[in-house]
Design a protein around this ligand. Structure first.
Ligand code: TXA
Ligand code: MG
Length: 332
């Protein structure tokens, strides 16, 4: 299959391009599109065959459920058997935006989307291209991150093509995704609601709306996986990676061993470059760091480093998602 790359204005997407992409999706095809977090790989969520082809293109295990994207709360209501008050309050506060809500699904949602489970994750993405596409389609879009399973999520169309060229019909290229990390996933089918994946909507922001939520590993480790994507090596660059509070000695040690090293630092640390190490500098604020992290990891993979050392970023609520992804990337 030939993957078509179509440039589109991120703020004022041309209706004729959106219509073409919607036609591909209506026909059961796969279209990668930008969201405010990362690029997603979309298919008609109500078309079982189309959704199956997402799993095939990504090499994703069928046990890992997909997030379904909707234009708004009204569209979400048709996909769940119940929309509890806290879910409505969160949708009012965060949608369109980077919060995925796990709710009991309605019969409209095919089992292949939810990996056979009784719940579905829903979100309305805050990107003009994604919203225009959802409006034009008139059906919800199942869309995981547009990368081969377990690889880094894409924040540009180049990243999408480097993993999925020839396996999908089209990619809408609207430039870099501004957020840079995936949405927060919150399970509202348990009490208290549980944070399954930290993301750009922070725990403190969520708790300000619905009160205390659960987080951290499940109390009962033998219970069925609540969010299968969370328990494997994920969000990982090709190179080995580790995080260090004092990163320079680690970089020097690896270089003495003849290892080709990438070094990710953030501004206040701002060490001078070490001859031979490939340095990536990220901003000192959580939003700026999140926006740049995956692109930096993609560049280091492209530069063929075999080890990445990350200078440990600051702690705190706003940095939770960054630490989560770094921990996963380091897990091999
Ligand atoms: O920002 C994002 O969320 C991006 C953009 C494209 O929207 N999408 C994304 O999808 O990151 P994906 O498939 O790469 O990650 C979805 C995560 C996985 O960890 C999956 O296991 C979890 O959400 N998930 C999906 N449906 C679920 C459900 N019903 N119950 C629990 N976890 C679920
Ligand atoms: Mg993913």
């Amino acid at each position: 299959m030939q993957t078509e790359r179509v440039a589109i204005d991120p703020l004022h997407p041309a209706p004729e391009i959106i219509a073409r992409a919607a036609a591909v999706l209506r026909g059961g095809g796969l279209v990668a599109f930008p969201t405010e977090t990362v690029y997603g790989l979309g298919a008609n969520a109500l078309d079982e065959r189309a959704v199956q082809s997402i799993f095939a293109a990504k090499g994703r295990p069928p046990t890992n459920p997909l997030i379904v994207h909707v234009p708004d709360l009204a569209a979400a209501v048709t996909l769940v058997s119940d929309m509890p008050a806290p879910a409505r309050a969160l949708a009012d506060r965060f949608w369109p935006g980077p919060l995925s809500l796990v709710l009991l699904k309605s019969a409209r949602v095919p089992d292949v989307v939810t990996a056979g489970g009784p719940t579905v994750a829903l979100r309305a993405p805050a990107h003009p291209v994604a919203l225009a596409l959802l409006q034009a389609c008139g059906f919800p879009l199942a869309a995981p991150s547009a990368n081969p399973s377990t690889h880094l999520s894409p924040t540009t169309a180049d990243h999408v093509l480097s993993g999925l060229d020839g396996k999908i019909d089209m990619v809408l290229d609207a430039g870099p995704a501004a957020g840079g990390l995936e949405s927060t996933v919150l399970d509202l089918t348990v009490s208290p609601p549980r944070l399954l994946r930290p993301g750009l909507a922070t725990r403190a922001q969520i708790e300000a709306v619905i009160g205390p939520i659960g987080h951290g590993p499940d109390q009962n480790p033998s219970a069925p996986l609540r969010s299968p994507g969370m328990h494997e090596r994920h969000y990982a660059p090709r190179a080995a990676l580790d995080c260090q509070a004092d990163s320079r000695p680690r970089v020097e040690q690896l270089m003495r061993q003849g290892v080709r090293v990438g070094w990710i630092v953030w501004s206040p640390t701002a060490p001078e470059a070490l001859a031979g190490a490939i340095i990536e500098r990220l901003p000192a604020d959580a939003a700026g760091y999140a926006a740049g992290l995956y692109a930096a990891l993609h560049r280091l993979d492209q530069a063929n480093v075999s080890h990445i050392v990350v200078d440990l970023p600051p702690a705190g609520d706003a940095w939770l998602a960054v630490h989560d992804r770094l921990r996963r990337a380091a897990h091999s």
